[in-house]
Design a protein around this ligand. Structure first.
Ligand code: UD1
Length: 337
């Protein structure tokens, strides 16, 4: 029997990679996406790489009647909820839009899931819920105190999920706290395609490598880290996608939080050097002031996810960056080319 999974935000960066794996594993999928920060080209590529058709629904999840319609039209048995607005800086400028979009979407979805007796949910949370960590590596019991509205929406949705799961024992929810997803599908045809100037390091470095931008600005080399630049736990987007399939396979009654990372850190300078190696391109950079709100180091304690999900992120930084480079060099303008 085929299970049908609703993937909200399935045309986006992490959603598209997860969708391919779902198809390859024999699931039927319904992608619900408003295309506000994604492209239909990604959906076409998912169908090619997954070698199956996708049911696509262009919907805005803040419209509850539209969400109900998706559940009415498809025999959905589980949901992976990726959709949402996700730019930290923008969330500081436009907090109400962030709260309204992310919280309303999540509540509409939970409401319609319950109304249609669908109780299995995997939610895209973020390591951003931990804010500035007291201890490294960060485990799931660390204090949660996000430092911006975007991060607070993630934590609020987690709280809502914990509350609904406490109120009704039919819910089975895994909350996945991602560290720093990078990389692309090994085909080079699916990847991250940020609109405008990239906020995140790797997409920026890739655009420099491909000649779209002059140089990388390194946000500080006076951090308390081995080379003075910020250290992050980068995880290959395909390892992360596999983590979602494992999370779907290992749902238990109630609601649980799981870190998805590698447990290994890389600095900004390491990312730049490794990209130079895998691309053969020089990456000019300039050290500038620290970015407001940044932290020195973020590193995941991953033993809980390894154990509970029987999952591990295996791909190293070189694989992550060579896959990102294959995507960027094959599609210099992303999906718009
Ligand atoms: C950012 C978000 C975080 C989100 C995560 C998703 C912020 C403040 N935080 O985290 O909420 O969950 O992305 O991947 O935006 N850097 C540079 N130059 C650049 C860009 C980044 O030096 O042009 C440095 C940063 O200072 C940091 C590292 O590179 O040390 C990684 O930055 P980034 O990719 O933006 O990720 P995070 O800041 O960890």
């Amino acid at each position: 029997m085929t299970r049908t999974i609703l993937v909200t935000g399935g045309a986006g960066y992490i959603g598209s990679h997860t969708s391919v794996l779902l198809l390859q594993r024999g699931f039927d999928i319904v992608i619900a996406d408003d295309l506000s920060n994604s492209s239909l080209r990604a959906v076409e590529t998912i169908e090619v790489l997954g070698d199956r058709r996708v049911a696509f629904e262009e919907v805005d999840l803040t419209d509850q009647a539209a969400v109900a319609g998706v559940f009415d039209r498809h025999p959905i048995e589980g949901v992976i909820h990726f959709a949402g607005v996700k730019a930290v800086g923008e969330s500081v400028q436009e907090p109400l839009r962030y709260y309204r979009t992310n919280l309303t979407s999540a509540m509409n979805l939970l409401d319609e899931m319950a109304a249609h007796e669908v109780w299995d949910l995997v939610f895209s949370s973020s390591a951003t819920v931990y804010g500035d960590p007291e201890m490294l590596p960060i485990d799931e019991s660390a204090p949660t105190r996000p430092t911006n509205p975007y991060g607070r929406t993630k934590l609020m949705i987690e709280d809502i999920c914990r509350d609904v799961a406490r109120a009704d024992r039919r819910w089975r929810i895994n909350l996945l706290r991602y560290f720093n997803p990078i990389g692309a599908h090994s085909s080079g045809d699916l990847g991250e395609d940020p609109r405008g100037i990239p906020n995140n390091l790797v997409p920026f470095v890739m655009q420099v490598a491909v000649g779209r931008r002059q140089q990388v600005e390194v946000f500080g080399n006076d951090w308390d880290t081995p080379d003075g630049t910020g250290v992050r736990d980068y995880i290959h987007v395909l390892d992360l996608a596999e983590g979602h399939l494992a999370a779907l396979d290992h749902l238990e009654t109630g609601c649980d939080e799981l870190n998805l990372g590698t447990g290994h850190g890389a600095s900004v300078f390491e990312v730049i050097k490794t990209t130079e190696n895998v691309s053969g391109k020089a990456i000019p950079f300039e050290v500038v002031d620290r970015r407001a709100g940044d932290i020195a180091c973020s590193l995941a304690e991953v033993s809980k996810a390894n154990r509970r999900l029987d999952w591990r992120a295996d791909r190293n930084l070189e694989v992550m960056l060579s896959d990102a480079w294959r995507w960027q060099s094959k599609h210099p303008e992303g999906y718009g080319d």
